[in-house]
Design a protein around this ligand. Structure first.
Ligand SMILES: [Zn+2]
Length: 317
């Protein structure tokens, strides 16, 4: 059955909430086998496994178990994005979220497989893997005299492919936490900069982003690159453990593997009233800043709740 790629917000929601369960019979969906998202004959949304595949009249897409590779946020996960006021105005003006290209995010380890001083080790591992793959591939037996050369060629292709993949990957970074972070206010909106934080819930953010773009969300995994490699797949979700304080959930868009991507970022349309549960003003901003944020939002004909930082709550003794 060919897939139509048509995802209504209701179908997206069903996929999120059903997660690893068949929406028809309730069975646990086995890992590693694609599930099916689509619509039944009555045009109602269904998300099913092989068990109830026959109920699908229109297949929107196969759903692969990518989220088993790293932790996927739950629909209720609270996400924050701290930013200076000019970035917020850009979001209002564009009614879109900017996803910078991965190599523009400022972290040289974005998408890295490992630390440079361990590249030899990684290469040796890959070459061994490729030599075995060449020798055990089905078909007529392979001449072994150029085995090393063939493995080297595959390795170079693999490296080239990896670089291109990063240049075609676009990322939106969010901080996962139930509460505000004083540290992140200081980092992204230091006292001399007026700033805000957008608070959202993962399910709302995901539903609010334009359906035409497939955004893959996941928790960033923090590792010590001196001891670990980030692996072959999903390495855009691995960062150095020194960045653990970011507690990041990121949305990732991969746009094919074109050779010369000259886009430095993508603007992804977003339904702001759906996505934004609150615009929180910086605890360091002047007392008039909250009303400026409110009136600015109104000028863009959008209705978003603006609340002061709860770091300003007063103690009693
Ligand atoms: Zn089922």
């Amino acid at each position: 059955m060919t897939s139509t790629g048509r995802f209504t917000p209701a179908l997206k929601k069903l996929v999120h909430y059903s997660h690893d369960h068949c929406s028809q019979c309730g069975a646990t969906l086995p890992k590693g086998i694609p599930a099916f998202a689509g619509y039944n004959a009555a045009r109602l949304e269904v998300y099913v496994g092989e068990c109830c595949k026959d109920t699908i009249a229109e297949l929107a897409s196969h759903i692969y178990w990518w989220w088993s590779d790293y932790r996927r946020p739950t629909p209720e996960t609270i996400l924050w994005r701290y930013m200076d006021f000019s970035k917020f105005i850009a979001i209002l003006n564009n009614k879109a979220l900017y996803f910078p290209r991965a190599d523009q995010l400022g972290d040289p380890f974005e998408g890295a497989r490992g630390a440079a001083d361990r590249e030899k080790e990684w290469k040796a591992y890959c070459l061994q893997y490729f030599r075995e793959a060449i020798q055990t591939a089905p078909g007529p037996s392979k001449p072994s005299e150029n085995l090393a050369g063939e493995a080297e060629r595959l390795y170079q292709d693999f490296v080239e492919f990896g670089k291109r993949e990063i240049q075609n990957t676009f990322v939106s970074c969010w901080h996962a936490s139930d509460v505000e972070s004083e540290a992140l206010w200081r980092l992204y909106c230091p006292p001399e900069t007026a700033g805000i934080a957008i608070r959202t819930q993962f399910s709302a953010l995901d539903l609010a982003l334009d359906d035409r773009f497939s955004v893959k969300f996941g928790y960033v995994q923090y590792i010590d690159f001196a001891k670990n490699f980030s692996g072959t797949y999903d390495r855009i979700f691995w960062k150095r453990s020194s960045l653990r304080h970011e507690a990041e959930v990121r949305g990732v868009i991969t746009k094919g593997w074109a050779k010369n991507s000259n886009e430095l970022g993508l603007l992804i349309p977003i339904n702001l009233p759906l996505a934004v549960s609150a615009v929180v003003t910086s605890p360091f901003a002047s007392h008039w800043f909250g009303s400026l944020v409110k009136s600015t939002i109104q000028k863009f004909d959008i209705n978003l709740p603006v609340v002061p930082s709860n770091l300003l709550a007063e103690p009693f003794f």
